[in-house]
Ligand binder design. Structure first.
Ligand SMILES: Cc1cc2nc3c(=O)[nH]c(=O)nc-3n(C[C@H](O)[C@H](O)[C@H](O)COP(=O)(O)OP(=O)(O)OC[C@H]3O[C@@H](n4cnc5c(N)ncnc54)[C@H](O)[C@@H]3O)c2cc1C
Length: 455
């Protein structure tokens, strides 16, 4: 007898299986490796880290550190293994990847209530299940997810433009306007970074000579322009467009038509437009700026954009294979499917980005699947916590521009703090609030359980 099926023995699936089993459920964990490979994984271990061996900052006043502290508080098994396999890495939690994956695999293998089944799942089960098959979900299973959700609600590539913090944009140079003054806001919906001809040529030259991330064979489609995003429009990285001719960007995503720089009264030679990315208006994305440059190169080259010389990037651009569902339409913040209470999604397939976010959503899905099994209501975490904010973001973002999101302070409801306060103090204030609210939420859940048990 099985109480719960978990599909995918990666970061989210391993954590989810463990959390559910720890709460008394009999779990079957399906992992298709080693028989079916993803193209990125190299071993048959569970919870293999496919690229970097860092789980991000461990500092309590950083977004990723806060997420770790929340996962610690909620009893993450994978985080425990990561700590046992940690390597010296300053303020970050870096691990010996083989040791980490071995530890997780052994813990799961030795759990009496978890059965590991090395088999590709091809259909969404009709019984309680957690889908945690990751960014490289097998094609047959992807088709089954698409059949449940509608073809247009499953995406296969990330074509992500970078996002910057609004308060790091130099508004002495950048200006607000919409093309031909057609925006909804009086002062214009977009922030525009204007280029002179000389600035534009310097920028294009830097873009063309910057180092790029190497594409893997399963990502070859990117070179020719991929189908990505809700409207399946062709997307090309800006460096590829730039390579087609020195002025191709100025006639493409950087075209200045309909815009006048209020400081010169003239049309700039080219423009980078930034569009508001979150309701609070604290984040802006660079419109049409999908890029595959290495992250430090993005920071260097994109800071050549007039007005972005001190830009703080909360997310870099990326072009890679990434299967994820349209969570704003299909998921609830409890990680339950919108039409099936007993079907959960966790990990990168929900649109939550990054190792730690994937582990944490696995934790919440496992915990909530167990609560549902025991007749308790699934938990929605407060939006002021980092995990609650991630779940809220992916389930409430604008579907038209929906792209994966990693932990960052910009997705938390803003705190009214003095403007002079430093970055670390600011982070600590958000972390303190998150922790207080998490404790409160957990105490309420425990109280409710106690009342139910009493009744
Ligand atoms: C190439 C690449 C590099 C990345 N690098 C980083 C990085 O450096 N840092 C970072 O924070 N994030 C990175 N990510 C993003 C993300 O954090 C990782 O992919 C992370 O492993 C996702 O966790 P997950 O549990 O959702 O999926 P995974 O860890 O990929 O686990 C999913 C598991 O499901 C299995 N599976 C798939 N389909 C089926 C099926 N039909 N039946 C049974 N099993 C199935 C897979 O074999 C896999 O083991 C990267 C992603 C990719 C694709």
């Amino acid at each position: 007898m099985t109480d719960l099926i978990v599909i995918g023995g990666g970061l989210a699936g391993s954590e989810a299986a463990w959390q559910a089993a720890a709460r008394g459920l009999r779990v079957q964990l399906f992992e298709m490796r080693p028989d079916v490979q993803t193209g990125a994984h190299q071993t048959h271990d569970l919870a293999e880290l496919v690229c970097s061996n860092s789980l991000g900052s461990n500092l309590p006043d950083r977004a990723s550190g806060l997420l770790k502290n929340e996962a610690r508080r909620l009893g993450s098994m994978l985080l425990e293994c990561a700590e046992a396999a940690s390597l010296p890495a300053g303020g970050a939690l870096a691990v010996d990847r083989e040791r980490f994956a071995r530890l997780v695999t052994e813990r799961i293998e030795n759990h009496p209530d978890i059965e590991i089944i090395r088999e590709e799942v091809k259909e969404i089960p009709g019984s309680p299940a957690i889908v945690a098959s990751g960014p490289l979900t097998s094609p047959t299973f992807s088709a089954s997810i698409a059949a449940l959700s509608g073809e247009e609600h499953l995406f296969f590539f990330d074509a992500i433009a970078p996002i910057v913090q609004a308060d790091s944009i130099n508004m002495e140079i950048a200006f607000r306007a919409s093309r031909y003054g057609t925006g909804e806001q009086d002062e214009g919906d977009y922030i525009n970074c204007p280029f002179t001809k000389e600035e534009y040529y310097t920028f294009v030259d830097a873009l063309l000579h910057a180092e790029r991330i190497e594409l893997r064979s399963f990502e070859d489609a990117i070179k020719g322009g991929v189908k990505a995003g809700h409207f399946f429009e062709g997307c090309l990285p800006v460096e590829i467009i730039a390579g087609r001719g020195i002025d191709s960007l100025a006639f493409g995503p950087m075209r200045p038509v309909g815009l006048r720089d209020p400081r010169t009264g003239k049309r700039p030679y080219a423009v980078v437009q930034l569009r508001q990315d979150n309701l609070a208006g604290s984040l802006y994305n660079l419109v049409g700026f999908q890029t595959n440059l290495k992250f430090p190169e993005q920071r260097r080259v994109l800071r050549l954009i007039p007005g972005l010389e001190n830009a703080e990037f909360v997310r870099y651009g990326q072009m890679h294979r990434n299967t994820f569902i349209a969570s704003p339409k299909l998921l609830r913040p409890t990680l339950q499917h919108s039409t099936r209470d007993d079907l959960f999604f966790a990990g990168q397939i929900t649109g939550v980005e990054g190792y730690m976010g994937n582990i944490a959503t696995g934790l919440l899905a496992g915990l909530n699947a167990a609560r549902l099994h025991h007749g308790e209501p699934p938990i929605t975490l407060p939006q002021t916590t980092m995990l609650g904010a991630l779940c809220h973001y992916v389930t409430h973002a604008d579907l038209k521009d929906f792209q994966p999101m990693k932990a960052n302070f910009g997705i938390l409801p803003s705190l009214d703090l003095p403007s002079k306060i430093g970055k670390r103090e600011r982070g600590q204030a958000y972390a303190d609030r998150a922790f207080g609210d998490l404790e409160l939420a957990l105490s309420e859940v425990t109280e409710a359980d106690a009342v139910e048990a009493h009744d």
